[in-house]
Design a protein around this ligand. Structure first.
Ligand code: AMP
Length: 273
């Protein structure tokens, strides 16, 4: 696996594969790799001739007072994991490489960028869409891989690809969970053992919602069932719990456990209203 730190380095490394019309896949990430990332990497490597991952803790998608500074970083460890999972090229730029002096353009995200995560984190999806557009232009992949863990992010990217006529496919990979049901996240590393136990209320609530929906109650009963569990849970603060159309009816929630903010979602059955 090749580690590349510059935009010019990516262009050079991909020149030959592009001339040979090879299929290039891209997995954008912020690092601190876990099995969720590795599943995306393996899927990309299995479907593409050249598997590229980007590792960039994007300041533009963090709000003031969020965890940009303490976000887990481990380039050495990540390089081993990415290589083992089949990544050919890891693009790990500095913030200056992505946002050089004078940088002043951005993607404006519409209504979907203002609800759920977008409401709690103003400007978040503008930062996400802008860096993803830059990564798509730098790598020029045929296909980009995203996780369903960030369902709203994937939906925002899908709309951007359509609206801006970007010539690549989007693949969305299912959520990878720990044995106890907690969705894998780089932010789980912040959790103390007791906080982790409390955090399980979120996947349990979403699962209860899914079951209520499947029992015939539709999205209203899904929401009610999930609320019953989250509202009764101790030691967590519910940021939001809503049903929204995120490439299908989706029960999505965000909670705070101590100083850690976690998100999760389940896709409700298509017939849920
Ligand atoms: P991040 O490094 O957190 O920005 O995540 C990079 C990509 O991995 C995003 O497309 C995420 O949706 C995806 N991802 C993160 N956690 C998971 C997970 N538990 N299951 C599936 N995909 C995930």
């Amino acid at each position: 696996m090749k580690l590349v730190r510059s935009v010019a380095g990516v262009r050079e490394a991909l020149m030959a594969p592009r001339e040979e019309a090879m299929r290039i896949g891209l997995v954008p990430t912020m690092g601190a790799f876990h099995e969720g990332h590795l599943t995306l990497f393996r899927t990309c490597a299995g479907e593409c001739d050249v598997a590229v991952a980007s590792l960039f803790v994007n300041p533009a998608q963090f709000g003031p007072g969020e965890d940009l500074e303490r976000y887990p970083r481990d380039l050495e460890g990540d390089m081993h994991l990415a290589e083992e999972a089949g990544i050919d090229l890891l693009f790990a730029p500095s913030a200056e490489e992505i946002y050089p002096p004078g940088f002043e353009s951005a993607v404006e995200v519409g209504e979907l960028g203002k609800v759920l995560e977008g409401e709690s984190r103003p400007g978040h999806f503008r930062g996400v869409a802008t860096v993803c557009l830059k990564l798509f232009n730098i790598v020029q992949p045929s296909v980009a891989y995203f996780g369903r863990k960030d369902a709203q992010q994937a939906a925002v990217i899908r709309i951007m690809l359509r609206d801006l006529n970007l010539p690549l496919e989007l693949r969305v990979v299912p959520i990878v969970r720990d044995a106890d049901g907690l969705a894998l996240s780089s932010r789980n590393a912040y959790l103390q053992p007791d906080e982790r136990e409390r955090a399980l209320a979120l996947p349990r609530a979403l699962q209860a919602g899914l079951e209520a929906c499947r029992a015939g109650g539709g999205s209203n009963s899904a929401l009610a069932a999930a609320h019953r569990i989250l509202d009764a849970a101790e030691g967590i603060e519910v940021d939001y719990l809503e049903v929204a159309d995120l490439d299908g009816p989706t029960l999505a929630g965000a909670i705070r456990v101590g100083s850690t903010r976690l998100i999760d979602n389940v896709l409700l059955d298509e017939e849920a209203k």
